[in-house]
Design a protein around this ligand. Structure first.
Ligand SMILES: *Cc1c(COP(=O)(O)O)cnc(C)c1O
Length: 413
């Protein structure tokens, strides 16, 4: 069993309090929280001295390669509240052919499509649901473009929490069916994800559902933070030079940035940070627009459209956390076209045998553009995030048929 040890071992946790990401105001741990009083995300704070004394790099090296190995740096207090569907440590896979073609080396993909429910939403939702269980929640609700709803439904069903999920009407069929199959009540809504979010808010007020929207509860960030912990260890505690992250609500980018700070406080890494690149689609690029305008907050993107549904997020409550991290890291925000995304997905699969999701393709397209514009150098160690399995997305039909009963010219096959 991959994660058995972590599930059974009693280990202390080190959460001290929660903190408003905007004002720094303190909130008590071990209570249900949504957004802070000023309507911004809450961040979980730890006694990092204590955690560092309880958990060393050497300890980590001896633990099973899964998400719960970081237990001391995660919020769940009681072991019985841990839920798991096998959150493996995801592999980092090189794209040598695609890199060579661009005159570069050192191009890697962290392939998050291997996680339960086929996307990295599992990292955030496994933590949010474990904490919902710990804090006595009986029904959760959330808006989703597909993957988050699937992960929420799966983990909620596993611990006996009811889930109510709202998705935009044009969410791909496979996602909606997966959500329902995993036990949620799922509704298609004639609007975008933020419109769905408003319904969740109303339902939360009227029905007492717990709102699990991106960054509106404190623990999804903690789950996503494990990407930062994991990649540091995988890179031998020497972070890559640049990280391309497909940015919707930005949980992963914010979570990794938090992980880097916590690891520095623990003495696990130094002060050097990767350039953080927030990648969006040209048809929905509120962060890119705000970054270019030098703004700390982003205005809603009207008429959002892109094939990369996971990053079709017109407005994000953690906008300033994304933009602060991008700026502090000396990184940038970049929008790519759907054509460039499709081309990137096709190239990675055809040349390097790795099937990316469109959002993962967006990071490859952005890497190419950043390289050609001189924003990064050809020998920078670049890490792309492929956030879901490419198998969940439509692929072009390139098949040809053969008539077994007629003559076949094998010379041309
Ligand atoms: C949710 C999602 C994203 C965006 O992640 P955030 O951390 O919310 O910005 C990117 N790609 C896929 C496949 C997703 O499901």
């Amino acid at each position: 069993m991959l994660h058995n040890d972590n599930l059974t071992a009693e280990r202390p946790t080190f959460v001290t309090h929660l903190e408003c990401s905007m004002t720094g105001e303190r909130y008590e741990a071990d209570r249900l929280h949504g957004l802070s009083k000023v309507g911004r995300p809450l961040l979980v704070r730890y006694d990092l001295d204590g955690a560092g004394a309880a958990l060393t790099k050497t300890d980590l090296a001896g633990r099973p390669a899964d998400l719960w190995r970081y237990r001391e740096l995660l919020p769940v207090r009681r072991t019985e509240n841990i839920v798991s569907l096998g959150e493996i440590s995801t592999p980092i896979i090189e794209l040598p052919a695609v890199a060579r073609e661009a005159g570069a080396s050192n191009l890697w993909v962290k392939d998050e499509g291997r996680l339960p429910t086929g996307s990295f939403k599992a990292r955030g939702l496994v933590m949010a649901i474990a904490m919902a269980k710990e804090l006595g929640v009986t029904t959760i609700a959330m808006p989703t473009n597909g993957n988050a709803g699937a992960a929420a439904a799966a983990y909620a069903s596993r611990v006996g929490i009811e889930s109510v999920i709202f998705c935009p009407a044009d969410t791909p069929e496979i996602n909606v069916r997966e959500i329902a199959a995993q036990g949620a009540r799922v509704y298609r809504v004639n609007g975008f994800i933020d419109d769905c979010g408003k319904l969740v808010g109303q339902g939360a007020r009227e029905r007492g559902w717990f709102d699990l929207s991106t960054l509106k509860e404190p623990y999804r960030i903690e789950g996503k933070k494990t990407m930062g912990l994991e990649l540091a260890e995988q890179f031998g505690w020497e972070l890559p030079d640049v990280i391309f992250y497909p940015t919707g609500g930005g949980t992963g980018l914010i979570g990794m940035w938090k992980a880097f700070d916590e690891m520095e406080a623990l003495g696990w890494i130094g002060a050097k940070r990767p350039k953080m690149v927030a990648v969006q689609a040209e048809g929905c690029a509120p962060m890119v627009r705000a970054w270019e305008a030098g703004e700390r907050h982003a205005t809603r993107w009207e008429g959002a459209h892109t094939i990369a549904m996971g990053i079709r997020v017109p407005q994000a409550v953690g906008d300033f956390l994304i933009l602060d991290a991008v700026r502090a890291s000396n990184g940038f925000a970049m929008a790519v076209s759907d054509e460039a995304i499709t081309q990137a997905v096709d190239d990675a699969a055809r040349k390097d045998g790795l099937l990316l999701c469109p959002e993962g393709g967006a990071t490859l397209a952005a890497w190419r553009e950043a390289l050609s514009k001189g924003l990064i150098s050809p020998d920078d160690r670049a890490l792309l995030f492929n956030c879901a399995t490419g198998l969940k997305y439509p692929m072009p039909d390139q098949s040809k048929t053969l008539d077994k009963d007629g003559p076949i010219d094998f010379a041309i096959l």
